[in-house]
Design a protein around this ligand. Structure first.
Ligand code: GRF
Length: 214
């Protein structure tokens, strides 16, 4: 029996270019999911109108001044549950999600991070890769756990750092790869090929011993 396509939510905070690449892959039949909802924590995120133009439902879940993280994240969970979401992709979502949210969505919550994790967790990844004299940079798609940028990595894409690269050039090169790797990994998750069991990534029913290279 074929499994139904999961209902996917994409969480953004800004321009949403990764979100667009995900919607493109769904429209092209390369990602077996339903684009059910795009949520931003910022009302003025440019990606919201890009999603609406594509006919995807959008919502804003801003953290109000003084509101605690738990209450905000619970509102986010309620929004996702009301839309019957089964898979959640963080795509440039710039808020830290509290542990209870990560537990609720364990195995169904993915993120793309612009570095070769575990190197350069957090912000300013490209400048830090340059400052460290790294020979290569890249991006990682991982399951999200309560540890910031620390969940099990599913796949990575690498780019060489060239002599003239500055942070902007490197970011642009890496972003091109992000637009390929994220829809690809989401397709594996949506189809059930990749799953998280406890804290172990399974691919085709076998424990993944190292991140897949895309
Ligand atoms: C991407 O580089 C992503 O890896 C990082 O934030 C950026 C978001 O870009 N987490 P966009 O909003 O998808 O264009």
């Amino acid at each position: 029996m074929s499994r139904p396509d999961p209902r996917l939510a994409v969480l953004i905070s800004g321009r949403g270019s990764n979100m667009v690449s995900i919607l493109d892959a769904i429209d092209a039949g390369q990602l077996p999911a339903t684009a059910a909802l795009v949520v931003s924590d910022k009302a003025d995120a440019a990606g919201l109108s890009r999603a609406a133009e594509r006919g995807v439902d959008t919502a804003v879940c801003a953290r109000q001044p003084g509101q605690d993280a738990q209450a905000w994240a619970q509102r986010l969970t309620t929004l996702l549950e009301q839309a019957d979401i089964q898979l959640v992709a963080l795509a440039g979502f710039m808020r830290i999600l509290p542990p209870a949210f990560c537990t609720r969505w364990h195995g169904a919550l993915l993120n793309i991070h612009p570095s070769l994790l575990p190197r350069h967790k957090g912000l300013d990844t490209h400048q830090r890769a340059l400052d460290a004299g790294d020979a290569e940079a890249g991006c990682s798609v991982h399951f999200v756990t309560a540890e910031l940028d620390g969940g099990p990595v599913i796949a990575q894409a690498r780019v060489a750092i060239a002599p003239g690269d500055d942070a902007d050039r490197l970011a642009a090169k890496v972003l091109q790869r992000e637009h390929v790797i994220y829809p690809q990994v989401l397709a594996w998750c949506a189809s059930g090929r990749v799953r998280l069991e406890d804290t172990v990534v399974q691919c085709d029913g076998m424990k993944l011993s190292a991140p897949l290279e895309v």
